[in-house]
Design a protein around this ligand. Structure first.
Ligand code: ZN
Length: 144
């Protein structure tokens, strides 16, 4: 484990290099100066998805969801809550599969919500179905 981590900014997608010891001090982005961790999942799009899952030195948990999906909406507050608990050691992100159908199809998302954990761009775990916040946290911690 190196002494610093690459953290992709949730706001401008710039790659920041943050000393490990400073991760808990509320580090800001060197480019846009906003908080790198705000206890809030990052909304990913086609042009930012790859950057976030492959350039972060943190595991990235992606919630594949859609606006028309009831269980997805039910899980959204739990996912938000999990972000508050898991940051800054894990990045939580959301992908709207209705808008970004090409990404959903590339990752073979068959039902939503589906959560997938990526590390260095590789998927390391996947779980379909809505979960409560404690279950999300437990599941993520078991795989990271
Ligand atoms: Zn930024």
């Amino acid at each position: 484990m190196s002494d610093s981590l690459h953290i992709v900014c949730p706001h401008c997608s710039a790659v920041n290099r943050i000393p490990d010891a400073r991760l808990n001090d509320g580090p800001g982005c060197g480019k846009c100066h906003r908080q790198l961790f705000a206890a809030h999942p990052v909304e990913l799009r086609a042009d930012t998805f790859q950057q976030h899952i492959s350039r972060n030195d943190l595991p990235v948990v992606v919630d594949f969801w859609a606006p028309w999906c009831g269980p997805c909406k039910m899980m959204a507050p739990a996912f938000e809550q999990a972000a508050g608990q898991l940051e800054p050691r894990v990045r939580l992100a959301k992908l709207n599969t209705e808008i970004e159908q090409a990404i959903a199809s590339r990752y073979n998302i068959r039902s939503i919500p589906t959560l997938a954990i990526f590390r260095n761009g590789q998927e390391i775990a996947r779980q379909a179905g809505a979960m409560a916040a404690p279950d999300i946290i437990r599941w993520v911690q078991a795989h990271t």
